[in-house]
Design a protein around this ligand. Structure first.
Ligand code: ARG
Length: 456
């Protein structure tokens, strides 16, 4: 096959090298962003008199026509032309003739790909930010709709203390809030124009980088041409933020899977988000939650792939850097799909408040509050802890729960127990007492819900 950029070669490219080196099979999706970048570059070249204004106009018209061709599936991508850039440039020359050969003046594919990816990634970040808000809204709605429901809170997967279901759900709201902050912050670092760095040292043509930045909506231009063509840290940041989102989704998935198992029976996930078994007719499996949990590994892998790819690279551009794209695309696609599915799944979930209430009666979750009661009667907490521990041991031996004990027995452990002890042991009373900022008392959770809504 004929050689690309082959002036200085006498031989042909090996067929396997073409297979190894082509990127158009996956970077063709960058075409709309590549074309936007090229249009801004061509306009600037014309405005600055680096190429003729008429040629610039021809190039811009040609690129717009190619964008339409691509939209209608009319451009035949050719792996012999390596990448999205060369495919489009060759199509342009075919369409408008010699003027098309002037487009690549003062730029290189090195600053071009860096520009394309930043433009594309900025749009992905914006989509993810919107999706995070949609998911957060679903969580607030879900929490609000079950504001009276109490369930056991766990530590070490052991019954710890009763909490409002809404408080539990709002914990995830907070995680996704921090995820949004991360994407907002990294968006600023993505939104910098590398074009004008050319191959790596800059270009002698009297270009106007600020004009190009303005047309493409970049907030600024890169300060160092060598950094601009070779850094990929903004992609690593993106994959790290995406990994964090996936990790949060996965934790919530894990809980939904547990909660929907018969042992818990706390929730039922809607039919649209569960699947049947090919052999066991009774099954309703939480496959969506499991798939989201499973997909975390891919995104961690994408992060690891790009981190590792960059670590040994000398300045500036090295072809290794082409290997960033499949990982980056995969991380972005995966997190977007999982966020969308999750936001749709949340409203499909039915909450089984009775099972949760029944579970709060197990596991001696009143124990901390019983100790606190003795503290209010003047006993030091450490001592109270020991007293209640012995009472719990008694209960486990006799098969009793704490609220089932009678006052005489309690007074045998401590004379400080009075009649009012039983009032403090209901789940409602226990939850209601945790009324400091960040606590699970209904008044606090209602405040938190208001705050959450406001932040959306
Ligand atoms: N396809 C290449 C990439 O993704 C574009 C830049 C190629 N530059 C080069 N000098 N071969 O990195």
């Amino acid at each position: 096959m004929s050689k690309l950029w082959g002036g200085r070669f006498e031989g042909q490219t090996d067929a396997l090298v073409e297979q190894l080196g082509e990127s158009v099979s996956y970077d063709a999706r960058l075409a709309p962003w590549d074309i936007r970048g090229s249009i801004a570059h061509a306009r600037m070249l014309g405005d600055r008199g680096i190429i003729k204004k008429g040629d610039a106009q021809k190039i811009i018209r040609g690129l717009k026509a190619i964008a339409k061709d691509i939209e209608h599936g009319k451009l035949k991508w050719d792996t012999a032309l390596e990448d999205v850039h060369t495919n489009i440039e060759v199509a342009l020359v075919k369409k408008i003739g010699d003027a098309g050969k002037r487009l690549h003046t003062g730029r290189s594919r090195n600053d071009q790909i860096a520009t394309d990816v930043r433009l594309w990634l900025r749009d992905q970040v914006d989509t993810i930010l919107e999706e995070l808000v949609v998911l957060q809204t679903a969580l607030v709605d879900f929490a609000e709709a079950h504001i009276d429901v109490i369930l056991p809170g766990f530590t070490h997967m052991q019954h710890a203390q009763p909490v409002l279901f809404a408080h539990h759900i709002l914990a995830y709201f907070e995680m996704f809030k921090r995820d949004r902050e991360r994407f907002h912050q990294l968006r600023d670092r993505v939104n910098i124009l590398p074009l004008g760095s050319a191959a790596m040292a800059g270009t002698p043509y009297p270009i106007d980088r600020k004009q190009v930045a303005k047309e493409l909506g970049f907030a600024g231009i890169s300060a160092n041409s060598m950094d601009a063509v070779s850094d990929r840290d903004y992609q690593i940041e993106f994959c790290a933020a995406a990994s964090m989102v996936m990790m949060h989704l996965s934790r919530m998935s894990e809980e939904l899977i547990l909660w929907s198992s018969p042992g818990f029976n706390f929730v039922e996930i809607g039919d649209a988000f569960t699947t049947g078994s090919s052999i066991m007719p009774q099954k309703k499996n939480p496959d969506v939650a499991e798939l989201v949990r499973g997909k975390v590994g891919r995104v961690y892998g994408d992060l690891s792939a790009i981190l590792t790819m960059v670590k040994g690279l000398p300045l500036t551009y090295n072809r290794d850097l082409q290997e960033d794209k499949e990982a980056l695309f995969d991380a972005s696609d995966t997190v977007q799909l999982c966020l969308a599915v999750f936001a749709n799944m949340i409203p499909s979930i039915t909450v089984n408040a009775d099972s949760m209430a029944a579970a709060t009666r197990q596991g001696f979750m009143e124990a901390t509050d019983m100790a606190d009661y003795l503290v209010t009667q003047g006993m030091p907490f450490r001592e109270a802890h020991g007293v209640i521990g012995r009472i719990v041991l008694h209960c486990t031996r006799e098969g009793l729960t704490l609220p089932e004990l009678d006052l005489d027995l309690l007074q045998g452990y401590s004379p400080l127990f009075k009649h009012d002890i039983f009032k403090v042991l209901t789940p409602q009373a226990i939850v209601g007492r945790r009324n400091n900022p960040g606590g699970t008392a209904p008044a606090r959770v209602k405040q938190a819900l208001k705050q959450a809504r406001k932040s959306l």
